[in-house]
Design a protein around this ligand. Structure first.
Ligand SMILES: NC(=O)C[C@H](N)C(=O)O
Length: 590
């Protein structure tokens, strides 16, 4: 399906690893923060890459990369040449690099172009599967993913991917444009640039949609305008980020899963689903025909806050018969904004007929959630219904359990504020932001879960790092505080966070040989980064020469390939043999 072979992508990664390149500043290479991050751009089609032929727009294969290479805001050829970029990142003809960002980073991005490129109106759930599989295939090699997609069905794909991507730990950002990128007045250049900067630089482990300076949660959007650059809206959830003079991330809204695990893409889909929009005078025959077998799941688009006529026993009867037969029906409102409630008798009638309340889900999110949930063969009908009414990926309003304390509830900060004679909210927030990351790290070091929890309840993002870029998870992993590690993971903290030395919590746990922490981090989807895998063969050979079986076992647990050879081409097993460490040799050959 795609024109980029796996071999060429893998070689580009395994061969060189992430580079830290001198940016020309006066810092030593260790301190210089001009770091490259990698983004895979999956080009599925859409207007962004279309060209007018015979008066109609259609996707143009192999055109986008060529054009981007000529645009200085989207590609810095001078940097690529000076730093021999293409020797590290292959394939050369599909790899580009952004100019240095405000955050001091270089986003290197590689294109994976589908064949054929599609207008998104031609897409089906099997295209969602293709995209999901590619994200899974290249997951470990990239820091983030951008999916170029037509706008017409982008909200469906974004919603579907949000459910299919289980335990996602990296950003996946869908974008596209209203006008082709080749034209003078196009929104495509800004949209692509914004999506790349977000996917390459921020720990937002969600499927998102970036359009017209705003980053939205993918399963909250709907296309609202076919003639404006502001094509999307997220009526029930404010944007996760806005790109203005600065990129402002609304960290408190970023979705963090509470049950971490290894990243997988669930690709089974149930296609026997549909959307039924109520209208005054809809006939029983229409409803009956729609709900007929093989239909297994239907989103009923109702009026207002989830209402349907309660003076139509014929209609309600058909609905009841269908739900009793095992068809799952979900109630979503036709209104752009708002939620389904049972405050009206007309709403209650549906709930009595067995229809599940879809709360404030968009029809796009509800439909793709149904295709995902119904495909889970090992779940009972009741479990599937429960899943439909539960918040899985931030697609519906959360229960109150997750509600945050307001800053003014926080005695600790208030006492500090009083001591410093500070009264206004902005200053209180500034104090919180300055103090809390360090306090959270201190609590993580002491293994004090209650303190970490209290700090979180003050509204602190537990992903915030201290002056060394170290998060509470780094500290807990270093100290071997398994309970704190488990707590932090249950709150969805980022396992891929890197401190200013480029180390992840997993690398710290390996270094200090905290086997239990390594195991838990691996189960949560952590893997060593390309930087951390650099020269790993030499390190394994060093341990083999010393007969350090324990050290080798921890690396293996961390997912390292034990056959990687050292600087002289010898494998660790050969080195162990040469030094007469039989037990180590047997372990390495097992
Ligand atoms: N703006 C667009 O991308 C619309 C196009 N028809 C598509 O969805 O592929």
């Amino acid at each position: 399906m795609n024109s980029l072979s796996q071999k060429s992508l893998c070689r580009s990664v395994v061969g060189m690893g992430r580079r830290r390149v001198s940016c020309g500043c006066s810092e030593s290479p260790e301190k210089c923060t001009d770091v490259e991050t990698r983004v895979l751009v999956i080009n599925t089609g859409g207007t962004i890459g279309m060209v007018m032929h015979d008066g109609v727009l259609s996707p143009e294969p192999n055109a986008l990369v060529k054009t981007l290479r000529t645009l200085p805001i989207l590609h810095d050829e001078k940097y690529a040449e000076e730093t021999k970029l293409y020797e590290c990142y292959k394939p050369e003809d599909k790899t580009l690099v952004l100019p240095k960002s405000e955050q001091g980073k270089r986003v290197v991005y590689t294109f994976l172009e589908y064949c054929p490129l599609l207008d998104s109106s031609n897409m089906t759930p099997s295209d969602w599967t293709t995209i999901g599989k590619d994200i899974e295939k290249y997951y470990e090699e990239y820091d983030g993913f951008v999916v170029l997609h037509g706008t017409d069905t982008m909200a469906y794909t974004a919603s579907a991917l949000s459910f299919m991507c289980e335990n996602l730990g990296k950003p996946v950002v869908l974008t596209g444009s209203q006008v082709p990128i080749f034209e003078m007045r196009s929104d495509g250049r800004d949209n692509l640039l914004g999506a790349l900067l977000i996917a390459g630089q921020f720990s937002i482990p969600e499927v998102c949609l970036y359009f017209y300076h705003k980053l939205y949660r993918g399963n909250r959007v709907t296309k609202v305008d076919s003639g404006s650059f502001q094509a999307f809206a997220s009526p029930n959830l404010p944007p996760l980020a806005t790109s203005e003079v600065n990129i402002n991330i609304n960290w408190e809204s970023v979705w963090r899963p509470s049950t971490p695990g290894k990243f997988t893409v669930y690709t089974e889909m149930n296609h026997n689903v549909g959307l039924l929009r109520l209208f005054p005078g809809i006939t029983t025959e229409t409803v009956k025909a729609f709900l007929r077998t093989p239909m297994e799941g239907v989103i009923l688009e109702t009026y207002g806050s989830g209402n349907a006529p309660d003076n139509r026993p014929d209609l309600l009867d058909e609905i009841r018969k269908a739900t009793e037969r095992g068809l799952i029906m979900v109630n979503c409102t036709q209104c752009l904004r708002g939620t389904v409630t049972i405050s009206y008798a007309t709403g209650q009638a549906l709930s009595k007929a067995g229809v599940v309340a879809g709360l404030d889900m968009t029809p796009e999110a509800a439909l793709s959630k149904l295709t995902y949930v119904l495909a889970k063969q090992d779940l009972s009908l009741e479990e599937k219904k429960k899943m439909m009414s539960r918040n899985l990926r931030g697609e519906m309003e959360a229960d109150l359990e997750g509600a945050k304390f307001s800053l003014s509830d926080n005695r600790f900060i208030q006492i500090i504020a009083k001591t410093l004679s500070i009264g206004c909210k902005e200053e209180l927030e500034a104090i919180r932001d300055a103090l809390m990351p360090s306090l959270a790290c201190a609590a993580a070091k002491n293994g004090d879960i209650a303190a970490v929890e209290a700090i979180k309840n003050m509204g602190t993002d537990l992903n915030k790092a201290d002056y060394d870029g170290r998060t509470p998870l780094h500290i807990a992993a270093c100290e071997g505080n398994l309970n704190v590690v488990n707590y932090l993971l249950s709150k969805g903290t980022n396992v891929f966070a890197k401190d200013r030395f480029g180390d992840t919590p997993l690398r710290n746990a390996v270094h200090l040989r905290h086997i239990d922490v390594v195991e838990v981090l691996r189960k949560s989807g952590a893997h060593l980064s390309r930087d951390e895998l650099q020269d790993i063969g030499t390190e394994l050979c060093r341990l083999a020469a010393k007969g350090d079986l324990g050290g080798l076992k921890v690396w293996k647990l961390a997912g390292v390939d034990m056959t990687m050879s050292g600087y002289d081409g010898k494998t660790p097993a050969e080195v162990a043999k040469a030094f007469g460490h039989k037990e180590v040799e047997d372990f390495l050959q097992a």
